[in-house]
Write a protein that binds this ligand. Structure first.
Ligand code: NAP
Length: 159
């Protein structure tokens, strides 16, 4: 099972290279949702997102995608082939969470089963956006949280 997990505002903004965390906002409830959802699972992220976070996330196996070998601490593992990782998890009961950034999300649209999208209210500054996924996914339902809305998208039939 492959799940894309992402937070974006109403303009599909997801990142800000001027911010120390790489994120356009600090959103406590969404961070808690991300942690609760991904804990004890495998997560995959691009090299730039990993560098913005700066360390493997605790109690998760972190796969970091890069074309160049990476010397990573315990808890993180360099992977060079996105397709090999996605093939392995496509048929597996184990969950793989795709955690960004923009380039990784887009490449995973043809492979993922669902998107968990945290819609963060307000307008924000930034320079990375989530690419349009409407050819692959349709909205299944929304779950209102206290400070954001969780939108759950499922793969379209035959997409
Ligand atoms: N809002 C959110 O939920 C969220 C979540 C995560 C990230 N973000 C944001 O997204 C932005 C970063 O996105 P980004 O697209 O610039 O960077 P990224 O996806 O994090 O990383 C890109 C890097 O990943 C590697 N890569 C990508 N595709 C590959 C492939 N097929 N094979 C091998 N390596 C591959 C390359 O590393 P090498 O150059 O080393 O080869 C590439 O430079 C940041 O602003 C970050 O804060 C937002």
């Amino acid at each position: 099972m492959i799940t894309i997990i992402v937070a974006c505002d109403r303009h599909n903004l997801i990142g800000d290279s001027q911010s120390p965390s790489g994120m356009p906002w600090h959103h406590a409830e969404d961070f808690a949702h991300f942690k609760k959802t991904t804990l004890n699972h495998t997560i995959l992220m691009g090299r730039k997102t990993y560098e913005a976070i700066g360390r493997p996330l605790p109690k998760r196996q972190t796969l970091v995608l890069s074309s160049q070998p990476l010397d990573l601490p315990e808890g993180a593992r360099w992977v060079s082939s996105l397709e090999e990782v996605l093939q392995a998890y496509r048929q597996s009961k184990e969950e793989l969470y795709i955690c960004g950034g923009a380039s990784i999300y887009k490449q995973c649209y043809p492979w993922a089963d669902q998107i968990l999208l945290s819609r963060i209210p307000g307008d924000h500054q930034g320079d990375a956006w989530l690419a349009d996924f409407s050819a692959y996914f349709e909205l299944d339902h929304c779950e209102p949280k206290e400070t954001f809305t969780l939108e759950i998208y499922r793969r379209k039939p035959y997409a």
